[in-house]
Write a protein that binds this ligand. Structure first.
Ligand SMILES: [Zn+2]
Length: 404
């Protein structure tokens, strides 16, 4: 599960008593049941059809089911609702392209549930190596305090692996950052040549492994291929590979934190392209209307890494700038000139350069796309009852965007 993947990886060994374990298994069973019902509802859905029930509708159905069935009512509503939320996130990850479509959960495999709205005194340290966590309808359950629990824990996930070991993973969600109140809007595009392009013209690259580390990783992968299954050598090589990958993950996380904080501090409204829509309208090869914008970014090993970085950034913006993140359906963002509004498939000189043949605007292609996203957000905001921020949203004279 990718839910809460950004929150610190603080995982601890949970040590339930047999009675507590029975109650935990009950929570797992409820979470699995609700998840599987959601999978079933979405099983027949395909892009282009009327949508399957969304999170809100599924929650309403859950309330009805709880009213009807006492055994479901006896369980924790948080556990059941969060299973639906996990499913909604899994579907979102599927749309973004970082994960496969969510499937059935089987008993005894990937069992778990999530608890939200955790209070500060729901987690205690009892002694040097022992902590306890309050689990709804279960009570205080002990865990091994193998390192400090992060500040500001808002949720946690309890899991049981196939060997029957229980873990608890705490997730700390950052506090929202206050809007600057300047009315500033920024468009953010996941670039082809860069990780992120802003409508201000700024470009930012998510850090990658150094060349030496890449070499080391390739060497380790070759070693792994030669190591005998089950051997000590194989375990040790696997451990080394995990360490290199963790280093890259940490760097990317760091970049995501810094970039999202920076955006939330500087702008009142942050506009990104709605990837759900993007994924339906663009394939890897591209459509007739928009051929192959993502071809390079989407091929090769880096595809999922880039996609994951982008998904994490959007997730963090949702946390840090709640209500200020606008997802727009921006068709033709890469071919439309952000200065004069004309759509010109030949304006892309290369992956990185955009040159309008009508008004002679020229610039970075990803920045041009980000500017279009900003323009589309202006329309989205003014189409509501008014701007969502205290200050009026500054609007430039804009070309009318085609609604597709
Ligand atoms: Zn132009």
């Amino acid at each position: 599960m990718a839910v809460g993947r950004l929150a610190s990886v603080s995982r601890y060994r949970l040590q339930p008593t047999p009675t507590e374990e029975a109650a935990l298994l009950e929570h797992c069973a409820h979470a699995r049941l609700v998840w599987n019902l959601a999978v079933e509802q979405h099983a027949h859905w395909r892009p282009g059809r009327l949508s399957a029930p969304g999170f809100a509708e599924q929650c309403r159905q859950l309330t009805e089911a709880r009213a009807e069935f006492a055994w479901l009512r006896a369980g924790s509503v948080i556990v059941q609702q969060q299973a639906l939320k996990d499913f909604a996130q899994a579907m979102a990850n599927y749309f973004i392209g970082t994960h496969r479509r969510p499937t059935w959960r089987k008993r005894g495999r990937s069992e778990g549930f999530r608890i939200v709205a955790v209070q500060a005194d729901d987690v205690h340290r009892l002694s040097r190596n022992v902590g306890e966590v309050k689990i709804p309808k279960v009570g205080w359950v002990r865990f091994r305090w193998s390192r400090d629990v992060p500040e500001g824990v808002k949720s946690y996930r309890v899991t049981r692996d196939r060997a029957g070991r229980w873990h608890v993973a705490f997730a700390a969600i950052p506090e929202p950052i206050p809007a600057p109140g300047t009315g500033g809007v920024v468009g953010v595009d996941r670039g082809v040549a860069v990780s992120v392009a802003l409508s201000t013209g700024e470009l930012s690259h998510a850090p990658r492994l150094l060349e030496a580390e890449e070499t080391q990783l390739r060497r380790l992968l070759r070693k792994l291929a030669r190591a005998k299954p089950g051997s000590n050598r194989r375990t040790s090589v696997k451990h080394k590979i995990a360490k290199v990958k963790a280093r890259e993950r940490d760097r990317r996380k760091d970049w995501v934190e810094k970039t999202s904080t920076d955006l939330a501090r500087r702008f009142d409204v942050i506009a990104v392209e709605d990837l759900k829509i993007r994924n339906m309208t663009r394939s890897t090869r591209g459509t007739l209307a928009e051929p192959g914008r993502n071809v390079r970014a989407k091929s090769g090993l880096n595809r999922s890494i880039l996609a994951a970085g982008w998904g994490q950034l959007v997730e963090r913006l949702e946390h840090k700038a709640p209500g200020r993140l606008v997802k727009v359906s921006a068709a033709y963002t890469s071919q439309r000139c952000s200065a004069c509004g004309i759509v010109d498939a030949k304006a892309r000189e290369s992956q990185a350069a955009f040159a309008c043949r009508s008004c002679s605007y020229a610039g970075n292609a990803d920045v041009n796309a980000a500017r279009n996203i900003k323009l589309a957000a202006g329309h989205a905001v003014s189409a509501r009852e008014g701007p969502r921020v205290a200050e009026p949203v500054h609007r430039e004279p804009q070309p009318v965007l085609l609604s597709v």
